[in-house]
Design a protein around this ligand. Structure first.
Ligand SMILES: C[C@@]1(CC(=O)O)c2cc3[nH]c(cc4nc(cc5[nH]c(cc(n2)[C@H]1CCC(=O)O)[C@@](C)(CC(=O)O)[C@@H]5CCC(=O)O)C(CC(=O)O)=C4CCC(=O)O)c(CCC(=O)O)c3CC(=O)O
Ligand SMILES: NC(=O)C1=CN([C@@H]2O[C@H](COP(=O)(O)OP(=O)(O)OC[C@H]3O[C@@H](n4cnc5c(N)ncnc54)[C@H](O)[C@@H]3O)[C@@H](O)[C@H]2O)C=CC1
Length: 187
């Protein structure tokens, strides 16, 4: 079995390191920024888009090549550099230290992979092919986006309010499922 198990991580107070500052690093940073504010990039060069985020203080930048000491206190690392040796080296260091590591060029040097993501408020839909065909994840994401109800955020908020206002238990469980199905029945 080579399928990957999906989990949802709370990255709010966790430190993230992105190694490399090219096109792929930019995409990964933009995704990560939707989930955490604590992103550091280490790279001798960064794209214009990353430069703007650095200027706006949305992310931190270490302007040089990667050093192992950059991994200190990091929870999650992305290696977005076209250098398999570096990907292998960082992955081995991360494995030793129990750090989550994603190498954009080699699934074998990843202990997690990025899915395609649709985010509407706190609703997060993710799609993965377990690393087999990323382009299919993207195409499926686009299809799902097309048919997702426009007011899905409001639907979720409405249900969340009801869920909070009622006591836990079987009655609430049944009511919420019935309401959720009802609100989605035309889609
Ligand atoms: C394993 C994984 C590791 C990881 O990056 O986490 C990985 C690896 C690789 N991707 C490659 C290529 C492409 N990746 C994309 C796009 C995306 N790739 C993403 C994730 C992942 N890519 C992880 C598995 C995801 C899964 O399980 O499905 C997405 C979903 C999320 C994101 O990147 O944030 C994002 C779509 C976001 C969206 O729009 O929704 C496109 C299409 C495009 O560019 O639009 C292409 C070109 C077409 C093609 O090759 O399929 C290559 C070869 C590089 C080369 O040829 O040089 C490798 C390396 C390899 O396979 O060995
Ligand atoms: N996983 C995915 O979704 C995809 C992965 N890829 C792969 O991603 C890799 C990166 O692609 P691009 O971003 O287009 O490359 P790029 O060449 O634009 O960017 C590489 C970046 O790494 C920096 N860099 C080089 N050596 C470094 C070091 N030792 N320490 C820190 N930074 C260093 C460079 O300054 C540059 O900013 C490629 O290997 C490509 O095959 C490509 C498409 C999709």
């Amino acid at each position: 079995m080579s399928s990957y198990f999906p989990v949802y991580l709370d990255l709010k107070d966790k430190e993230v390191l992105v190694i490399g500052g090219g096109r792929v690093a930019t995409r990964k940073v933009k995704t990560l920024l939707e989930f955490t504010k604590n992103i550091t990039i280490v790279s001798p060069k960064v794209t214009e888009e990353l430069k703007n985020l650095i200027k706006e203080k949305k992310i931190k930048w270490i302007d040089r090549k990667f050093k192992p000491s950059d991994l200190k206190d990091k929870f999650l690392v992305v290696v977005a550099v076209d250098d398999i040796k570096l990907q292998k080296r960082v992955f081995n260091l991360c494995e030793k230290r129990g750090i989550l590591c994603n190498s954009v060029d080699s699934p074998k040097y990843c202990n997690f992979i990025f899915p395609s993501i649709i985010k509407r408020g706190d609703l997060v839909i993710s799609i993965s092919t377990s690393g087999k065909v990323p382009a299919l994840s993207r195409a499926l994401r686009e299809k799902i986006e097309e048919c997702l109800p426009e007011n899905i955020e409001e639907i979720m908020k409405e249900l969340e309010i009801i869920r909070k206002s009622e006591e836990k238990g079987e009655e609430r469980q049944k009511k919420l499922l019935r309401l959720a199905r009802e609100l989605l029945k035309n889609f």
